[in-house]
Design a protein. Structure first.
Length: 344
């Protein structure tokens, strides 16, 4: 707490009020929805006292003391970087460095949320590129910069202490203009994918129905459906994962199956995706699609409709060889077909 006071990270609300939001993009441009975070290097390891090192030789207490100093220094560096977000001249480099450290600092999300004005600074980064969305003028540099800000928001969205605060501040709505873009250039695809990662972080834990309830009150379903139809394979996979998680919630399943129009919109997109996978298979995408169908079959009205509208490739064994090594998805498909045959 002394460090927080020293750096004015005292939980005061910034211009946006009392709010602040594992990981979006890796170095290869791949999406990671894992939320695990490591501990700060050196902190808490043999703090004082002797011990043995990896080779079995005795280690003096001075090694433990150096670890304490190193840990404190690392923490000070994080606080300094958070403060630099408030400086227009230093913000870009601070965004980059903090986004790289987010998985190594377990309490980074609360630090970001409760530090004065930090979330407002991240939202400034988002709003600043709205004019570049239509007509599409977003370039790689601007895309990378805002995606670093989104990576920090994803960190906040995935943390149990800050997730609901993030939702209650309606911060996901700031990302929807990015999901609504259609340009297929790499900067826009990167932007959509990283934005999907933030929403994916919200739904991944499935430990709070309020998250799904919030998303159902927004336009996230049609936005995801369009990306499922027109996005890259990776964007389609993450968007389908989000729909799957919403279906697994009873409220989400009930919402989608409440009207024919909603059910038809989802099932039509899933059917088109299955047809495309016959020509260009993707195991991870197919897995999410089958799980969506299986969950839809839990609803009596949807199950009745699927009996006549389930894609033919699921019936004729088109994907049998493709799924040979994926026992979980094979079991889901068999369970789906069995549920549709029952009561016929």
């Amino acid at each position: 707490m002394a460090h927080l006071q020293k750096h004015h990270l005292n939980g005061s609300s910034g211009p946006m009020g009392v709010m602040g939001l594992g990981g979006p993009m890796n170095s290869n441009g791949a999406m990671s929805l894992g939320m695990g975070m490591g501990s700060m290097g050196g902190m808490g390891n043999n703090m004082g006292g002797g011990g043995t090192n990896g080779s079995g030789r005795h280690r003096s207490g001075s090694d433990g003391a150096s670890n304490v100093v190193s840990g404190a220094s690392d923490k000070d560096r994080i606080f300094a970087l958070v403060l630099e977000l408030s400086s227009p001249e230093k913000r870009e480099s601070a965004l980059l460095e903090l986004s790289k450290k987010r998985e190594a600092v377990p309490d980074l999300a609360p630090i970001l949320w409760h530090s004065f004005g930090t979330i407002a600074c991240l939202l400034q980064e988002i709003v600043a590129i709205y004019p570049l969305l239509s007509p599409p003028k977003l370039k790689a540099h601007a895309s990378n910069r805002v995606c670093n800000a989104l990576a920090l928001l994803q960190c906040v969205a995935s943390h149990p202490e800050t997730r609901m605060l993030f939702l209650n501040a309606y911060i996901p709505l700031f990302l929807y203009p990015f999901l609504n873009t259609v340009s297929k250039t790499r900067p826009f695809e990167y932007l959509r994918l990283t934005s999907l990662g933030v929403i994916g972080a919200l739904v991944k834990q499935m430990d709070d129905p309020q998250v799904i309830k919030f998303l159902l009150s927004t336009e996230i379903i049609p936005l995801c459906l369009r990306i499922m139809e027109t996005g890259s394979e990776l964007s389609k996979t993450v968007a389908t994962f989000i729909i799957q998680k919403m279906l697994l919630d009873d409220g989400g399943l009930g919402y989608i199956c409440a009207t024919y129009e909603r059910f038809y919109a989802v099932s039509t997109v899933l059917t088109n995706m299955v047809a495309a996978l016959v020509e260009a298979p993707s195991q991870r995408l197919l897995k999410h699609i089958i799980r969506c169908y299986l969950r839809l079959s839990d609803n009596p009205r949807a199950r009745e409709a699927l009996r006549t509208h389930l894609p033919e490739p699921f019936h004729d064994g088109t994907f049998a060889a493709f799924l040979k090594e994926d026992h979980t998805t094979t079991r889901w498909l068999a369970q789906l077909l069995m549920q549709l045959r029952e009561g016929v």
